[in-house]
Design a protein around this ligand. Structure first.
Ligand code: C2E
Ligand code: CA
Ligand code: CA
Ligand code: CA
Length: 275
C-alpha cells in the first residue's frame, strides 16, 4: 500500500511539473505575442434595452498561438498576470481598443477590461491619460471594466487609482457582479458608473428561480443606488423580455451579438461590397 501511495504521489508531482512547465512555456510564448502580432481584439455589442440601440462594444482579447491555435483568455490571462506580462499586454489592449473606436462614425462607448494587476500600478492613471491623448479618444467614450477581486487585491491603492481615472471622465463598470465575496461592500466603497451582472445568473435563470430573484435584487439595488445595470449572457429572446420587464438598462450576449471583428473593418467591407 505504501508503494502505491509513493507511486501516486510521484505521478502527482510529475504531472504538477508538467503543468508548471506548460505554463512557463506559454508564458515565454506570450512574451513575444505582441511583437509577432498574435494578439487581436474582438468586439461584442452592448445595447440599451428600452430602445434597442447600440450603446457600445466590449473589447475581448484573443491570442492566436502559432502551434496551439486559439488560446482562450481565461487560460492565458492568468498566465500573463503571473508573469507580469499583463502590464504591456493590457496597455496594448487599451491603445488598440481606443484607436479602433476612433474609426467609428458614431461615438459609441468602448469598454476595456482592466486586470487587478494593472489597477494597482501606481502609474495606471497616467497610462490611461497618455493613451487617450495619443489616440485622441474623448475620455467619456472609454469605460473600464473591473472585477471586485481586482479591488480587493489592494483596496486602498485600487480606490486611489480608480478615483484618478474617474476624474479624467472615464467610466468605471463593476464586472462579474455577484460572483465575488463582498460585492456589496465594494459597491458601497466606490461610486461605479455601471454594474454588470455576471452572466452565470442569467444563464441559470431558465431553471433557477433563485437566479431570477438575484437578478431582480441586483436591478433593485441599481435602482436604489442610481447606478445603471447591464446584464451579461443574454442568449435568448426570453432573457431579453425578462430583463426588459424588470427594468434593466443594458444588455450584452450572444442573442444580441457575438464578439466579432473590428466594427471599423466591417464598415469598410460593407462599403467595398456596396461599391
Ligand atoms: P468577461 O469580461 O466577463 O467577458 C465576457 C465573456 O463572456 C467573454 O468571454 C464573452 O465572449 C462571453 N460571452 C458574451 N456573451 C455571452 C453569452 O451570451 N453567453 C456566454 N456563455 N458567454 C458570453 P471571453 O472573450 O472568452 O473572455 C473571458 C474573460 O477573459 C473575460 O470575461 C475577461 O475576464 C477576460 N478578458 C478578455 N479580454 C481581456 C482583456 O483584454 N484584458 C483582461 N484583463 N481580461 C480580459
Ligand atoms: Ca468584462
Ligand atoms: Ca463579465
Ligand atoms: Ca468573467
Amino acid at each position: 500500500a505504501k508503494g502505491q501511495l509513493g507511486e501516486s504521489l510521484c505521478f502527482y508531482e510529475s504531472s504538477m511539473d508538467e503543468s508548471a512547465r506548460a505554463r512557463r512555456k506559454l508564458a515565454n510564448d506570450l512574451r513575444q505575442a505582441i511583437d509577432r502580432h498574435e494578439l487581436s481584439l474582438l468586439y461584442q455589442p452592448q445595447c440599451y434595452l428600452e430602445s434597442g440601440a447600440l450603446s457600445g462594444y466590449e473589447a475581448l482579447l484573443r491570442w492566436h498561438h502559432p502551434l496551439r491555435g486559439s488560446v482562450p483568455p481565461d487560460e492565458f490571462i492568468p498566465i500573463a498576470e503571473e508573469a507580469g506580462l499583463i502590464i504591456p499586454i493590457g496597455e496594448w489592449v487599451l491603445r488598440e481598443a481606443c484607436r479602433e473606436a476612433m474609426h467609428w462614425q458614431d461615438d459609441y462607448r468602448i469598454a476595456v477590461n482592466l486586470s487587478a494587476i494593472q489597477l494597482v500600478q501606481p502609474d495606471i492613471a497616467s497610462t490611461v491619460t497618455r493613451v487617450l491623448l495619443e489616440t485622441g479618444l474623448p475620455a467619456r467614450r472609454l469605460e473600464l471594466e473591473i472585477t471586485e477581486t481586482a479591488i480587493i487585491a489592494d483596496k486602498a491603492r485600487a480606490l486611489r487609482n480608480l478615483r484618478q481615472i474617474k476624474a479624467l471622465g472615464v467610466g468605471i463598470a463593476m464586472d462579474d457582479f455577484g460572483t465575488g465575496y463582498s460585492s456589496l461592500d465594494t459597491l458601497h466603497s466606490f461610486p461605479f458608473d455601471k454594474i454588470k451582472i455576471d452572466k452565470s445568473f442569467l444563464l441559470q435563470s431558465d431553471k433557477s428561480e433563485q437566479a431570477q430573484a438575484i437578478i431582480r435584487a441586483v436591478l433593485g439595488l441599481g435602482q436604489s443606488l442610481k447606478i445603471p445595470v447591464l446584464a451579461e449572457g443574454v442568449e435568448t429572446e426570453e432573457h431579453l423580455a425578462m430583463l426588459l420587464s424588470e427594468g434593466c438598462q443594458e444588455a450584452q450576449g450572444y442573442y444580441l451579438g457575438r464578439p466579432g471583428h473590428a466594427p471599423s473593418l466591417l464598415a469598410q467591407t460593407l462599403q467595398l461590397g456596396a461599391a
